[in-house]
Design a protein around this ligand. Structure first.
Ligand SMILES: C[S@@+](CC[C@H](N)C(=O)[O-])C[C@H]1O[C@@H](n2cnc3c(N)ncnc32)[C@H](O)[C@@H]1O
Length: 195
């Protein structure tokens, strides 16, 4: 995209701010986030990871880490090393991430969290089932403990039809999910029992 197309696309309403766009773009080029050729800017492997239409994008992982709830936990990191709180998230919110997600109405962080983890898993699982096939040799079943919405197991079950896969996660995460002939979702607490 060239600069004029980009500013039109961004619908910058305050025209005095347009002059900052080339500065921002220069910064993004210098940090390896974009390439520049003449007056056009191109995505690099790093920025492709954030492009919505890239099948292996991890955009929601970035949105999660920079969202309000998680951002509030980062400044607590120094205190956390010195206090008794189990996580910086606890210090910031007075409860665990899991309790926060369970109690929030409507579910905002929970949806972003599940999507973020799933996108990270999509990227990694693609490498796992193409480059590391030998890991699955001889396996007849596996349980994906804390397997979220099943991104990893769905890909494994598809790539290795002879392996019976079970996804164990909290009931509010796997409650409505449907499995397939070699994939089951089980709602439960991994500290109580693992199927
Ligand atoms: C880091 S995420 C893993 C996501 C998953 N591997 C994926 O590919 O999307 C951790 C998962 O553990 C689940 N979890 C947390 N506490 C749990 C518990 N006590 N029993 C079962 N699952 C739990 C969360 O709901 C979350 O989905």
């Amino acid at each position: 995209m060239c600069l004029s197309d980009l500013s039109a696309e961004l619908s910058v309403v305050n025209s005095s701010k347009i002059s900052f766009l080339p500065i921002l773009m220069r910064f993004l080029v210098q940090s390896g986030f974009l390439n520049q050729h003449e007056d056009h800017y191109f995505l690099t492997p790093a920025s492709r990871l954030l492009a919505k239409d890239d099948p292996f994008n991890v955009r929601s992982l970035l949105l999660l880490n920079h969202g309000q709830a998680v951002s509030k936990a980062w400044p607590e990191l120094s205190d956390w090393f010195q206090n008794d709180s189990p996580t910086p998230f606890h210090t910031a919110h007075g409860k665990s991430l899991w309790d926060y997600i369970e109690e929030e109405q409507p579910s905002v962080l929970g949806d972003i969290f599940n999507d973020a983890l799933a996108s990270d898993s999509r990227l990694n699982t693609n490498v796992l089932i193409t480059e590391c096939k030998h890991v699955f040799k001889g396996l007849t079943s596996l349980v994906d403990v804390g397997g979220g919405t099943g991104t990893v197991s769905i890909a494994i079950a598809k790539a290795f039809p002879n392996i019976k896969c079970t996804v164990l996660d909290l009931p509010q995460v796997v409650g409505d999910l449907k499995g397939s002939w070699n994939l089951d979702f089980v709602g439960g607490d991994m500290f109580d029992t693992i199927p």
